[in-house]
Design a protein around this ligand. Sequence first.
Ligand SMILES: C[S@@+](CC[C@H](N)C(=O)[O-])C[C@H]1O[C@@H](n2cnc3c(N)ncnc32)[C@H](O)[C@@H]1O
Length: 570
Amino acid sequence: MAEPEAPEPGKEEFHLSCKAFKGQEAQQIQKWLQTQVQVSVEKVTKKRPWNFAFVAVADASKLLTDGLAFKEAAVQVRSSKEAKPQAAKRHADSESLPDAKRQKGGEKIPILKELRDRIKNTKRSFDGDALEKSAPLMRWDYDTQLKMKHGYVKTAVRSFTKLALKRCEKLGRAVPPWCAKEWSQALGAPQHCCCLLDPPVGAPEESLRGWRNKCEFTIGRNEAGAIEVGFILKIQSDGSQVIGSVQEVPLVPACMQRLCRVVADFVAKSDFPVYDRRECSRRGVWRTVLARVNPAGDMLVMVQTTTLSEEDRQRFVTPLVAELTKDMGVTSVFLQFNDEVTDAARASAVVTHVHGKPRLDMPMLGLKLEVGPLSFFNPNTTTCRFLMETALAYLNLKQTEVLLDIFCGIGTIGLCAARHCGKVIGVDIVEENIQDARRNAEQNGICNTEFLAGKAEDLVPKILGDMDSTSEVVAVVDPSRAGLHPRLVDILRGRMQVSRIVYISCNAESMAEDVAKLGTSTEEEADDFVPTRTVAVDSFPQTVHVEAIQLLERASRVPDPRTKAPPAAA
Ligand SMILES: C[S@@+](CC[C@H](N)C(=O)[O-])C[C@H]1O[C@@H](n2cnc3c(N)ncnc32)[C@H](O)[C@@H]1O
C-alpha cells in the first residue's frame, strides 16, 4: 500500500489514528475536526480503508487535549515527525492489512490467507465500497499479488504432509514415504513441501482489469436509497441489501458497467417496483441481471424478475430489449422468473429466450465453444487458456488413455484434451452444461467424447465399474469450493485403472484435505496417490482467489527421490 502523501512543509502536521476512521472519507474527518473539535483545518490526507489520517491544522492546541474521540472511539495524536519512523511498521499494524512476511531480499509480501480469513469474518459487517469488496488486492502491484497467491498455494502444499500425518494417526497406519522431510529435500522441493512447485502463472498486463466475462448484478437500492444495479455490499438484519455501484470496479468490463447504468435507468422509469428483500415484504419485480461477454464484445443478458403474467411481461419486454440492444453489443436476451426468497433461482426456474442468438460463442484453444445463460464457463477468458494449457501439460495424455473429466461444465477441459487421448468421458451435475458439452463436441467435429449428467459421486463408480481392469484412465477433477465428495475420493483412490489425477481447485484448502485422503487409504500396502507437482494459476487478478493445479500419481509409478530407485512395477 502506498504511504499517504505528507502534508506540505511549514504547517503544523499531525498523524491521527482511530479505529473508527476505517472506511471514512477525508471529508468526514475534516468535518469532524471543524465542527466537533473546532480546529481550523488546512489539509486532510486520508484514504477510505485506512484507520489513520495526516492533518495539517492552523491551531494544534485543541487537537492535543486528552480524551479526543471520533464516534466514541479514542483518537491518538502524534506529530508527523514522530509518526514517520513508525511508517514501516504501519503495514502490519493497520487493521486493514494482513501481516506481512519478509522475503530474503527484504521485500515484504502480505500473507493472503490472513487477508482471506479477515474478509470472511467481516463479510456481514463490511463497511466499504464495491471496489474494496470485490478487488481487495488492488492496493498491491500485480507482481506482489502473484507472490501472495503463490505463497498461499505453497502453504496449502505444506499442509499436505501435516494433514496426511493426522490421518495416519487416526487410521493407526504408517506414514507414507512422501511425508518424510528427506523426500522433500531429495526432490529439491521448497522447504516443508512434499512436491515440486512450479512458478505461478499470472494474468497478462492487458487483462488485469475488466477481465470478468460473466457478472451477476443485483437490482436494488444504494445507501442513499436510489435505484442501483451492482454488487451487494451489505445485508441488513431485516433482510434488505445495500447495493454498491460497479462503475469504479476494475474487474467489471466497461460494457457491463454501461449495462448496469442502462438497466438502472430503465428500472427507475418502469411501472414495476424493485424487489423488496426485507423479511416483512418480499414483494416487487426486478431482482437481478446476469451478463456474459465474449472476446468479440458480444453480450448475453438475462434479467431476473418475479413471475409475471403474460400481459405484464409483454408490457416491458419490447422496450427493455430495445434499450439493451441499442449499442452495447447485446446479442442475446433472456428472462428468468424467480419467486424464491433468495436471488439464487432453482434449476427448475423458468428461463425464456426473448431476443437474438440463443448462445454466446466462446473461443478456446482453437475450438468454438458455446455457452448459454446458465452454463458454467471459467470467468476469465484470457487466463482460462493458460489454465487449459497448464492442465494439458500436467495431464500428459497418451492415445491409449481415457480421460475422465469430472465436474466437466460445458466440457472445456475434455474437449481441449480430446485429440491427445483415446476417449473423454465428462460428468457434470447440471443438465444444461452436459447439453452444451455434447453440442460443443458435435460443432467442433470431436467424435471421441461422451458426456453424462448426474452426481460425480454416483456416476464415476459406475463408469469405472463398467471398464475392464486393463483400461488406462487419467482423471481431471475440477470441483466447486467444497472439494470432493468422500465417496468420489474413495473410488478414485481404490480403482487401479486410474493412474493419475490432475486436481484443479479454486480452494487450495479443501484440495489439501482431499490430497491427504487420496494419499492415505486404510490399507498401508495399497498403491495410493503421491502429490508430485503443483502450480498456482491466477485467474482472478485483484481478488483474493487463485486456482491451483495439482498432479497426483500412483506411488508405484513415482521414483523414490531419496534412493533414486526406479518406481515399483505398476
Ligand atoms: C469449477 S466448475 C468446473 C467446470 C469445468 N471443469 C470448466 O473447466 O469449465 C465445477 C462444476 O462442477 C459441477 N458440479 C457441482 N457439484 C457436482 C457434483 N456433485 N457432481 C458433478 N458435477 C458437479 C458444477 O455444475 C460445475 O459445472
